[in-house]
Write a protein that binds this ligand. Structure first.
Ligand SMILES: Nc1ncnc2c1ncn2[C@@H]1O[C@H](COP(=O)(O)OP(=O)(O)OP(=O)(O)O)[C@@H](O)[C@H]1O
Ligand SMILES: [Mg+2]
Length: 264
């Protein structure tokens, strides 16, 4: 059985990471004020801020609360979900949307109790068209009847606009931000893009902060990010490759921070 993962090896760090993702899960549950399936896009302004890591960890966390969750890798150019979770990468979404595979062939069932995953599939020459296609919208409509929560991992907004074309058929965006890495103007640009298409920002995940220093969430400390490549040449996902760090949730609604009873 797959496990939710954190960074570093110490139990304390893993516990802190798990708690942080649990808070994010609770806030998300309250941010999307509706019954039925919630569909949320995870994105960021630039590459490497932790979208995939955050999306996967939140998916595990929601699944642990006894909700039926589907994690879809919508980063069709630079897919990482399958690598992170050690799943097969193909066939996947692109193979289904091109008509080559049936749905049952692309979905990885019960990767973790209550969690199914759809990998991106074979790299396609027209990813934007696929993400914004009628077929994709129809698939999401169908899947909403089967899941309580659908999480979409997408490419960075300031590099490609794929995430934006999804917004009209989802409940909103979770923006992942990495302090000391992302320039403030890049974050502002990403927020402006979401607002331009009338998308809703449900919350911001401030990723890779030292919780003990309590300095997270202050955009004033951000430096410029150094890595800005996107495409097949981008690096492998390496879980636990850096110093132990955790994620902090910036809640859009304070009331959402109330504890939710976990079943596991
Ligand atoms: N909180 C963290 N602490 C340490 N390392 C992290 C943290 N979050 C992410 N990473 C590492 O940073 C790298 C990028 O993370 P991830 O792949 O989740 O980012 P991404 O935003 O999805 O990137 P891309 O834009 O390339 O899709 C990975 O090696 C991941 O293991
Ligand atoms: Mg990613």
């Amino acid at each position: 059985m797959k496990k939710a993962y954190g960074y570093g090896s110490s139990q304390g760090t893993l516990f802190a990471a798990k708690e942080a993702y649990r808070t994010i899960r609770t806030n998300l549950m309250f941010s999307v004020a509706k019954t039925g399936c919630k569909t949320v896009v995870f994105t960021s302004s630039v590459p490497g801020e932790g979208k995939t890591t955050s999306a996967a960890n939140v998916a595990f966390s929601v699944a642990r609360s006894n909700k039926k969750v589907l994690l879809i890798d919508l980063d069709l150019r630079n897919p990482h979900v399958h690598r992170l979770l050690k799943l097969k990468g193909t066939p996947g979404l692109t193979n289904y949307l091109s008509g080559f595979n049936a749905f049952e062939e692309i979905v990885c069932r019960e990767v973790y109790p209550n969690l199914d995953v759809i990998p991106a599939g074979t790299i396609s020459p027209n990813p934007s068209e696929m993400v914004g296609s009628e077929g994709m919208a129809e698939l999401l409509t169908k899947l909403r009847e089967k899941y309580d929560f659908i999480i979409l991992d997408t490419p960075p907004l300031n590099v490609v606009s794929d995430a934006l074309s999804m917004l009209h058929s989802t409940d909103g965006v979770v923006l992942v931000v990495r302090p000391k890495y992302t320039a403030r103007k890049e974050i502002q640009r990403a927020i402006a893009s979401v607002e331009f298409v009338k998308g809703k920002i449900l919350g911001v995940i401030v990723n890779g902060v030292d919780m003990e220093k309590k300095n997270y969430g202050r955009y004033g400390r951000y430096g410029r990010y150094s890595r800005y490549s996107y495409g097949k040449e981008a690096g492998e996902v390496r879980v636990g490759a850096e110093e132990p760090e955790t994620a902090a949730a910036s809640a859009p609604e304070e009331s959402a921070a109330s504890e939710e009873k976990e079943t596991q």
